[in-house]
Design a binder for this molecule. Structure first.
Ligand code: IMP
Ligand code: MG
Length: 182
C-alpha cells in the first residue's frame, strides 16, 4: 500500500486502469459528432483528468478548444454549500457545443451551476464528462447523469489524480482513499 505524507493510501483506481478509460471515453465523445466543441475543465480538481482526456481526444481525431472555469462548492468543509464562480471562461459560448469536464460528480450542484451558466449564454448543447460518479450522493432536487463517466465511485472521500484534501494528494497518479497513519 503506498504511503504518502505518513498516511497509508488504499488504491481504488490504479493509473493503468485510468489510462485505458481515457481512450474509451474519447471514442464515446467522438461518436457524438459534436460541432465546434469547447471543452471546459472545472478547476481545480479536474486538471489532471482534463489534461489526459483532451490528449486522448486528439488521438481519436478530435480538435476541441480548451477552456477553464474555477468553481468552489464545498468551501472549507465537506457539506455541499453554495457554488461560487471564482474564475470564468474567456470564450463566447454562444452556439457552441460545450463539454464540461470534472473530476467527480456527487450531488450534481457544481455541474448544474456550470450547465445553467453555459445555457444562459446560448450554448447549443452542454454535456458532462466526469472521471468518477458517486451516484449515492445525488440529491433528489438535482437528478441528473453525466454523459461520459470514467468509473462508478464507492461512497468514500477519494484523493489523487487531481483530487485533494486541503490541496494535498493531487499529485498521485492513481485514485485512492486515505486509510490511516502508516
Ligand atoms: P457536487 O457538486 O456535490 O457534485 O460535488 C462535486 C465536486 O466536489 C467535485 O468537483 C469535487 O471537486 C468535489 N468532491 C466531491 N467528492 C470528492 C471526493 O471524494 N474527493 C475530492 N473531491 C470531491
Ligand atoms: Mg471540483
Amino acid at each position: 500500500m503506498p504511503v504518502v505524507r505518513n498516511k497509508k493510501i488504499d488504491v481504488l483506481f490504479p493509473a493503468s486502469a485510468i489510462a485505458v478509460r481515457h481512450l474509451e471515453l474519447a471514442r464515446e465523445i467522438a461518436a457524438r459528432d459534436y460541432k465546434d466543441l469547447l471543452v471546459v475543465s472545472i478547476l481545480k480538481g479536474s486538471f489532471i483528468f482534463a489534461a489526459d482526456l483532451v490528449r486522448a481526444m486528439h488521438d481519436v481525431g478530435l480538435a476541441p478548444e480548451v477552456e477553464f472555469m474555477m468553481l468552489s462548492t464545498y468551501g472549507k468543509g465537506t457539506d455541499p454549500g453554495e457554488v461560487q464562480l471564482l474564475r470564468d471562461v474567456e470564450s463566447d459560448v454562444n452556439g457552441r457545443d460545450v463539454l464540461i469536464v470534472d473530476d467527480i460528480l456527487e450531488s450534481g450542484k457544481t455541474l448544474t451551476y456550470a450547465r445553467d451558466l453555459m445555457l444562459s449564454r446560448g450554448a447549443n448543447s452542454v454535456a458532462f464528462a466526469v472521471l468518477l460518479d458517486k451516484r449515492i450522493k445525488r440529491q433528489a432536487e438535482t437528478p441528473f447523469d453525466a454523459d461520459f463517466i470514467g468509473f462508478e465511485c464507492p461512497d468514500h472521500f477519494v484523493v489523487g489524480y487531481g483530487m485533494d484534501v486541503a490541496h494535498a494528494f493531487r499529485e498521485l497518479p492513481f485514485v485512492g482513499i486515505v486509510a490511516g497513519d502508516a
